[in-house]
Design a protein around this ligand. Structure first.
Ligand code: CTP
Length: 381
């Protein structure tokens, strides 16, 4: 059964038990925008947590995310089922909340804790009727991200980044009143992981530059992206090549870093990047024009993702794209070739030792442009 059908069957049982089920959050927004959505979030009113859990168990294995919060997941589905809840901030950081589930909370109150009006829409699972307590439909039509409530919005600083990220993903404008509020929110308590998550989504969005532009308008580049100069950072060419990247986030970070002077790049990346592999790889990426085969191959030899590095160079030097692509292909062929090993050198009478290691390194560089046979012949002399 597809997940919406399962949701309808669950909603019918809920109705029989005297409750009501609504789709909430991103899945309502995305359906109205005719965009794909990954998760179906459902909020259930009028049924206590225990009774809801029993009811859900008839549909599969129920994973309890937070029983006291009344959040359940139906295994092997994209369904998240929750009771309406109130959240009260108890300190700094995104975990410092006192959350209480209350099945009898009025939907209008429950939806007012959501970030943006377009994310606060509710859709009755059975009737398809939209409940719009905060003028979300109007904002959706105009393409505007507007916060629902001053006090609750400011309780989670991630929402500042979310505003910019949704703007980049949906091509929406952030309402001036929301920008104004965002200017006053302190982002320093956010964890690197959360900033990284929003950055990645923004870099993979339709308009990545919009993310940074919005944050600039909100005067919120200072804590995590201070080293960035003035955008735009991504040309049309750069965005088109993203489609070919093996690791699109890495590729986009490479382009973003290309405008930041050497030493500052590391400082910049460490603020929001947690993945060691990406940090290490980006440290090795340099951005000068390298159309000389030996220079380029020497660089590619140090990398784990040379394919994406070549794409970055194509994006930065579009007039040399053909040349770079050709060299990139030659590099792949080079990797497949048989290379000179220590064994080959022993056969020529070389003895093991430190020097052999350095000699092999030198030989590797020669191999970029010359054949194995030719080099071995030379080594005999
Ligand atoms: N939400 C919120 N504040 C947050 C995170 C989430 O108000 N900091 C609410 C919003 O109503 C949001 C819903 O919870 O629509 C689901 O959150 P999430 O899955 O993070 O966002 P989506 O809107 O579904 O979008 P996406 O999955 O693309 O992030």
């Amino acid at each position: 059964m597809d997940d919406r059908k399962t949701a309808e069957a669950i909603a019918a049982k809920i109705a029989e038990a005297g409750g009501r089920a609504y789709y909430v959050g991103g899945c309502v927004r995305d359906k109205l925008l005719k965009r794909p959505c990954k998760d179906l979030d459902i909020e259930v009113y009028g049924i206590p947590a225990d009774a809801l859990e029993t009811l859900l168990s008839a549909f599969g294995n129920v994973l309890t995310v937070g029983k006291s919060f009344g959040i359940f997941k139906l295994e092997h589905s994209s369904l998240d089922i929750a009771l309406p809840r109130t959240e009260e901030k108890t300190g700094e950081g995104h975990r410092a909340f006192l959350t209480s589930a209350d099945p009898y909370l009025p939907p209008e109150t429950a939806s007012s804790r959501r970030d943006f009006t377009v994310n606060a829409l509710m859709e009755d699972v059975l009737s398809g009727e939209i409940h719009d307590y905060h003028n979300g439909l109007k904002d959706l039509g105009k393409g505007v991200l507007r916060h629902v409530n001053d006090a609750s919005f400011s309780e989670d600083p991630l929402r500042v980044l979310r505003a910019a990220r949704f703007a980049a993903q949906l091509g929406f404008e952030v309402a001036e009143e929301t920008r104004e509020l965002c200017r006053k929110i302190d982002l320093t308590s956010l964890s690197r992981e959360r900033v990284e998550g929003e950055t990645e989504k923004a870099l993979l969005s339709a308009e990545p530059d919009r993310y940074f532009e919005e944050l600039r308008k909100m005067e919120q580049l200072k804590d995590y992206y201070a080293e960035l100069g003035n955008g735009p950072f991504f040309s049309e060419k750069a965005l088109a090549l993203r489609e070919e990247a093996k690791e699109p986030v890495l590729y986009m970070l490479g382009i973003l870093c290309s405008g930041i002077a050497g030493k500052q790049r590391n400082t910049f990346l460490h603020r929001f990047l947690t993945k060691k592999y990406e940090l290490k790889e980006l440290k090795n990426w340099t951005y000068e024009d390298l159309p000389d085969k030996t220079a380029l191959f020497e660089k590619l030899d140090q990398l784990t993702c040379p394919e994406d590095y070549v794409l970055v160079l194509c994006a930065l030097y579009p007039e040399k794209e053909k040349e770079y692509r050709k060299l990139g292909d030659e590099w792949q062929i080079f990797l497949q070739q048989e290379h000179i090993t220590g064994e080959d050198l022993f056969k020529l009478g070389y003895t093991p030792g430190k020097e052999l290691g350095s000699l092999l390194k030198e030989i590797r560089k020669k191999e970029y442009t010359r054949s194995k046979e030719e080099i071995l012949e030379e080594l005999k002399k």
